[in-house]
Design a protein around this ligand. Structure first.
Ligand code: HEC
Ligand code: HEC
Length: 262
């Protein structure tokens, strides 16, 4: 467990599943900047409470770290409001950000999440920064999006292969697809117009297909509330302007249920 908790020489269960990590990804910069791979995992698959970095354009990663550093990317979520990226971005050298960004860009995102539409959801508890199964029986989903690791212990062990299940209200995926295609405020705001026909990203616009739905929802809320207000995020402003929470849940469910690659 001491090794699993070491953010300066990270646990790497499947070393053959990824290329050699640059030092910033494996060791970080002690004592203030833990290694990127500690939270985002060695193969970049990330965890719902942080984010998948595998397959994101290097320029996008570099820009986001800069936005965390200069305070233009915050979080609307009070638990994450002063998240680790803010401290880390202040300590990590630009050259380390570049090497880690180039590393993560080359990796492929693999599907780990399954989106399930329900009227009732198994009881959950909050563990650290995410939900875990807890308690007996079920309760109404009540408009929420709830993403849980199939096995919380595997999540805690930083196992990159643990499946996640995302519960959403019945009808969410179809409603999300309609909203995404039509565009919440007309054709110019169709998700496909910028994120590509299959939502796999286009130029500097990041891929969103198959990524953790709770993270996609969190980011939509961050844009909607202005917590994310770096210059590039202005592009998303007209998209989210009129979205309700239930629209965002539907979009996150749809986007997360898409295949991350062909
Ligand atoms: C201690 C945990 C931790 C470490 C170490 C860490 N991150 Fe993060 N990272 C986070 C969290 C939490 C978020 C989600 C923030 C949010 O939701 O706004 C995040 C988000 C990001 C994002 C935004 C992704 C997106 O899709 O917009 C990028 C890029 C990123 N991190 C890069 C890095 C890099 C590069 C390193 C190493 C130099 C690193 N992170 C190390 C916790 C961490
Ligand atoms: C006009 C272009 C445009 C449209 C339309 C658009 N996006 Fe975006 N989107 C962007 C850009 C650019 C970014 C990156 C912003 C940044 O760099 O801060 C982004 C970022 C995002 C992110 C954050 C990803 C991450 O890695 O954190 C999500 C989620 C997202 N968009 C979802 C959507 C959804 C859902 C739709 C459709 C309802 C949509 N976008 C429509 C341009 C667009």
């Amino acid at each position: 467990m001491r090794q699993v908790g070491n953010g300066f020489d990270i646990p790497d269960w499947f070393p053959a599943s990824h290329p050699l990590m640059p030092s910033s990804v494996q060791y970080g910069v002690a004592p203030n900047a833990r290694a990127c791979g500690y939270c985002h995992l060695p193969d970049g698959q990330g965890r719902p409470e942080n984010g998948t970095l595998a397959g994101l354009p290097a320029d996008y990663i570099i820009r986001q770290v800069a936005a965390f550093k200069n305070g233009t990317r915050l979080s609307a979520n009070p638990v994450l409001s002063t998240n680790s990226m803010h401290t880390l971005a202040k300590w990590v050298a630009d050259s380390d950000v570049v090497s880690s960004a180039r590393y993560f860009e080359t990796l492929a995102l693999t599907r780990r999440n399954r989106v399930v539409e329900v009227t009732r959801v198994p009881k959950t508890r909050i563990e650290g920064m995410l939900y875990a199964y807890g308690g007996k029986g079920t309760e109404p989903i009540d408009g929420r999006l709830i993403e849980v690791p199939e096995t919380f212990a595997r999540h805690e062990l930083r196992d990159p292969g643990v499946p996640y299940i995302t519960y959403v209200p019945v009808g969410s995926i179809a409603r999300g697809r309609r909203l995404a295609t039509r565009g919440p405020a007309g054709p110019a705001t169709s998700c496909m117009a910028c994120h590509g026909a299959d939502l796999l990203g286009k130029d500097a616009v990041p891929p969103i297909a198959g990524r953790a739905p709770s993270n996609m929802l969190r980011q939509l809320i961050n844009f909607r509330t202005g917590a994310r207000h770096d210059s590039a995020s202005a592009t998303m402003a007209p998209v989210v302007e009129q979205l309700t929470v239930s629209d965002m849940v539907a979009l996150a469910a749809y986007v997360g249920s898409r295949a991350p690659k062909r």
